[in-house]
Write a protein that binds this ligand. Sequence first.
Ligand code: NAD
Ligand code: UDP
Length: 311
Amino acid sequence: MKNRVLVTGGAGFLGSHLCDRLIKEGNDVICVDNLYTGSKDNIRHLLNNPYFEFIRHDVTQPLYVEVDQIYNLACPASPIHYQFDPIQTTKTSMIGAFNMLGLAKRVKARILQASTSEVYGDPEIHPQPESYRGCVNPIGIRSCYDEGKRVAETLFFDYKRIHNVEIKVMRIFNTYGPRMSAHDGRVVSNFIVQALNNQDITIYGDGSQTRSFCYVDDLINGMRKLMDSPADFTGPVNIGNPGEFTIRQLAEEVIRLTGSKSKLIFEPLPSDDPMQRKPVIDLAKEKLDWEPSIQLEEGLIKTIDYFKSTL
Ligand code: NAD
Ligand code: UDP
């Protein structure tokens, strides 16, 4: 069945892959984006498709469109970008959630929120299950993003409790792949771009902090399965790859796979940078029959090929 689907943040890294997938599946897609961190280049190949519409719009302003489903992805995801204008970041998460939930309520659409592993903050429990309530600094430099995403989750569950809106909350762990911007500032794109240019690889801190990296195709599979899951399954559900690596290991792997002459250099660790992160994905396995299939080496090779073709 053709669904009318709204994707906010649809010109961004994840949003553009989601739009591709939804169009391929035969849906009618409206992509809304203010192009703050996204780019028309990510969706250029879709612009002539009669079942794809792009609207340049900021989700902090109300929007009225008739749709069956909403994916709410609008929000800068890279620390450099979300910290550049932190007040706008909180507004985007919070007022964007109000506006999209209000729309979902009015048109009776099902709505999915792109939440984040950052709701766990700098976690004291490792790995992180959905039941963990997190360790978030409410006044630090990452708070605009973390608390914005936390209040968005609150709003989703209150709209369900009060207005019976059909909600899906997905906690996304670090995801990488083609269409990350070369200037995005996140670790995978930074290291690959630096390695391909034989520039120093900038490790923040001593590189012992860990992350778990999910390839974009796996992530989009999880997102689609969550949207199509039975109405009584709301999440929150972790979607990520449990393979855990130190940032130093990631740097060494990128150097190996690119054959780069880059050297590692060490810069100060930004405040509140989480020391460890790894998802428990039992709930996604059980409820969505989902688990990632692309491991780090394979995903990095695809991502390196993408950056080679664009740089
Ligand atoms: P991205 O920065 O590439 O995409 C975000 C998109 O939202 C961009 O196109 C940007 O222009 C748009 N946007 C920002 N503010 C907006 C506003 N006020 N109105 C309309 N559009 C706006 O980031 P991404 O990696 O594609 O992330 C997509 C979503 O997934 C975000 O909500 C992010 O928080 C979440 N997420 C991503 C990751 C990850 O590792 N990629 C991890 C956790 C959560
Ligand atoms: N990082 C790094 N060098 C970089 C960019 C990031 O060492 O050039 C580190 C960063 O300090 C963090 C980890 O890599 O510990 C992941 O950073 P990213 O910005 O990708 O995402 P986060 O998970 O911190 O939101």
